[in-house]
Design a protein around this ligand. Structure first.
Ligand code: GLN
Length: 319
């Protein structure tokens, strides 16, 4: 029998890669933390974590992966899944399109012809999506939303009340989008309730590991690879991943698809999720953002992870 002292501790290649990327990009000082509400502006810009969860449930993490933050726009992916489950693909398509905008995430625009918001990954489309969530009242809708997040992360989640209330009191752009959509009959007349639910979903607290587990759940046909619970009907995974691929990184979506080549979504919190179908979910958290609202370190990490692990969907054979 081998003497335990002679045994070498062998780290997994994934653990080595994320450790290297964390050391490499930790000193990168670029970007600006979101400051449209004071609660987000207070965050420490040096926080930086990377987590990978494989579809067979292995977890690799580095940095402050337990640090909580509000999920912001990354929530749009999951709310879209719930709306699809509630109404089916055909109905949801009558209310929210699937075209990239080429505009900022908070642009006040609708499709000229159909009057639909362009896609569910930008604010207008996400507000329309959220207005579709079923429930007998605001509380039931919120509870259904929170329960949906619980299935994806594998534990209860909470709304950060101060982020929610300041989003609500300053969210005039989002309110303008809701009024525009109401004017064209794209959302129900109870827009304040839809906006509240949208602000609440953005203020759900997660950490970097949660992001990776959520991404891995999408990579694993909707089943959480840790708890084995079905978080979303597998029937809708292709819809969710398709809009993430074409629209998830806002007006950087084309370049992201070209260079990194996997479905992804970012949020102004500085989080990014990336989904490698049938393989793994990636979560990165680093608050400083570039001009398009994507995490600077997050984009760099995903770019290099994609190259080093050959993750681009159209590059590697055998998938
Ligand atoms: N709560 C933010 C908003 O509605 C979310 C935007 C984002 O993360 N890009 O403006």
């Amino acid at each position: 029998m081998a003497n335990p002292e002679d045994l070498e501790i062998v780290s997994s290649p994934l653990a080595i890669v994320i450790d290297e990327l964390h050391s490499k990009y930790k000193s990168l000082q670029a970007g600006v933390v979101a400051n449209y509400i004071p609660e987000l502006a207070k965050v420490n810009p040096d926080l930086f974590s990377i987590c990978i969860v494989t579809v067979d449930g292995q977890v690799y993490e580095v940095g402050e992966y337990k640090q909580l933050f509000t999920i912001q726009s990354i929530s749009k992916v999951f709310a879209y899944g719930l709306a699809l489950e509630d109404h089916g693909r055909d109905y949801v398509l009558t209310k929210v399109g699937v075209e990239p905008t080429g505009e900022a995430f908070n642009a006040i625009i609708l499709d000229e012809q159909s009057k639909r918001p362009y896609n569910p990954m930008v604010n207008a489309g996400a507000i329309a999506t959220t207005s579709l969530i079923k429930g007998s009242g605001a509380t039931e809708r919120l509870n259904r939303m929170l329960d949906m997040f619980r299935r994806y992360v594998g534990h209860d989640v909470f709304v950060d009340i101060s982020v929610f209330t300041s989003e609500r009191s300053t969210g005039h752009r989002n309110r303008a989008m809701a009024h525009l959509m109401l004017n064209f009959g794209m959302i129900d007349k109870n827009i304040e309730e839809a906006l509240d639910l949208y602000f609440q979903q953005c203020a759900v607290m997660v950490n970097c590991r949660d992001l990776a587990v959520m991404a891995a759940t999408l990579a694993n046909k909707g089943t959480n690879p840790i708890t084995k619970e079905q978080a979303v009907d597998s029937h809708y995974i292709k819809d969710i991943l398709s809009v993430m691929y074409t629209c998830g990184m806002y007006n950087f979506a084309g370049e992201w698809a070209y260079k990194i080549g996997v479905p992804a979504k970012s949020g102004v919190c500085g989080g990014i999720i990336a989904v490698v179908p049938h393989q793994m979910g990636i979560g990165v958290f680093s608050p400083p953002l570039d001009a398009r609202g994507n995490s600077v370190r997050g984009v760099k990490v995903c770019e290099e992870l994609s190259q080093r692990l050959c993750l681009h969907l159209f590059e590697c054979s055998g998938r």
